[in-house]
Structure formats: C-alpha cells, structure tokens
Ligand binder design. Structure first.
Ligand SMILES: Nc1ncnc2c1ncn2[C@@H]1O[C@H](COP(=O)(O)OP(=O)(O)OP(=O)(O)O)[C@@H](O)[C@H]1O
Length: 229
C-alpha cells in the first residue's frame, strides 16, 4: 500500500534520513521506534510531502507520489497527526474538525470520532487552546479521522499525556486496526504499546533503519539497545 525506496531527506544541505526502504501493507499497523532526534518526524513529514526528498521514491497504492503536494496526498486518503498536535488554539473544537474535513473528501464530521472521543462532543464549542494536552491530542487524532483516511500517520500520539488518555488512544488505534481498512504508521517509544498494536516494527538510528521485524518475533533486548542512551 505504501512503499518507500532508498529515501533520503533533510533540511538544507544536511541529510537527516538515508537509505530508507520501508513497506506498509493493506490494513497493517507499522511502528517506527528510535531515540530522540534520529529522524522519525522527518520521515513522516517526507511521507506526507511536507519535506521533499533529495533522493528515492514514495509510492502509495501503486502510484509514485514523491513529487505530489501534501494536499494531494490528503485527498488520496493519507491522514496526518503531527507531533505536538498543531491544533488551532483560537478555533473551536468543531472548527478544528472542519479543517480536517477540508483536507479530505468527506462532507460531514463522522460521528465515529465522537464515539471514540466523547469529550470532543461535549467541548465542541470550546477553543482548542483551552483544552488539556491530552484532549488536544484526541482532537488532533479526531481531525485526521473525520475524513475517513485509508492511511494514517501518527507521530508520538501518547507523548507527555496522562495514562488514562494514553489508554483511550491505544483503544482507538486497536479499534481502527480491527474494524476498518485503515493502515497506519505509528511513531511510538513504548515497546509494550508497540507490541500490543503493531504488525511490523522498524527501528531508526542516525537516520537509517537498523532493525526490522514482525512484531510477534521481536526480541526486546535487541530493540532496547537502540533505544537506550
Ligand atoms: N526544521 C528543521 N531544520 C533543521 N533541522 C531540523 C529541523 N527539524 C529537525 N531537524 C533536525 O533533524 C534531526 C532529526 O529530527 P527529527 O525531529 O526528525 O527526529 P525524531 O526522531 O522525530 O526526534 P523526536 O523524537 O525528538 O521528535 C535532528 O537533529 C533535528 O535537530
């Protein structure tokens, strides 16, 4: 469904990711792990088209989309939940969700997002900036889900969030995996969480993939050696 071949990207002259070959099959959850600053966010931004690669190909559903704009990718069904949420603080919860609709192909907010995150219905007229960090993260996920994406990119959705909301988010990811056709790339640091949702895992170090395995074959010690500082 998504294939990256020999991808290389960075900022200005400095290349942050190199030699990235990665594949996500239909209905798979693929997790990307790695220490801070190794290039995980840069990789997701390159998949979304926010950063143009210096080399290599991004292929989505059999089409080369390497040179396509982020808006084109969103219309093709790729949803993005950026690190740090990037919700609009002066817009209401509902208006933030409408922006998600704008990016995709749907006309109305899918009721499913309120089932996943009931607090967003209750707070729909509040400004995004007045929500707690965890609620903002739920809003960022909901904003990507309103347009029924066929592919979801999630950049550390549980980072710095209280445990009960982490559980809610974990539940939503599992539900999407079990009950929809949506494929996902999830950047996540917690190996137990990763093993509970992932089909396949890649570990990135210094901008390249240093370890990859089916989730059920993972050797924790091997992964931890790349995560410890
Ligand atoms: N806009 C930018 N301009 C220049 N360098 C950047 C920019 N964004 C990130 N970098 C650098 O690129 C490298 C990789 O950053 P990136 O955010 O992709 O890592 P990461 O693995 O996602 O880390 P984290 O888990 O901390 O988010 C870092 O050295 C970072 O300083």
């Amino acid at each position: 469904m998504l294939k990256l071949a020999d991808l290389e990207a960075g900022y200005g002259e400095s290349m942050v990711i190199r030699n990235i070959d990665l594949e996500v099959k239909e209905n798979q959850v693929v997790c990307i792990m790695g220490r801070n600053g190794v290039g995980k966010t840069t990789l997701l931004k390159t998949i979304m088209g926010i950063i143009s690669p210096k080399k290599g190909e991004v292929n989505y559903q059999g089409n080369d989309i390497t040179k396509k704009r982020p808006s084109f990718r969103a219309k093709q069904g790729i949803g993005y939940v950026p690190q740090g949420r990037e919700i609009f603080p002066k817009l209401t919860v509902y208006e933030n969700l409408l922006i998600g609709l704008e990016a995709g192909n749907e006309k109305e907010v899918n009721e499913k997002v309120y089932e996943y995150f009931p607090i967003l219905k209750e707070f729909r007229n509040r400004n995004g900036g007045d929500l707690s960090g965890g609620q903002q993260q739920q809003l960022a996920i909901a904003r990507a889900l309103v347009s029924n994406p066929s592919f979801l990119l999630l950049d550390e959705p549980t980072e710095g969030i209280q445990p009960n909301i982490v559980q809610d988010i974990q539940g939503v990811i599992k539900d999407i995996k079990e009950n929809s056709q949506t494929s996902m790339i999830l950047v996540e640091q917690d190996l137990e969480f990763v093993k509970s949702v992932a089909d396949y895992v890649y570990v990135v170090d210094h901008g390249s993939i240093v370890y990859e395995k089916a989730a059920h074959e993972i050797d924790d010690e091997e992964v931890y050696q790349y995560l410890s500082v």
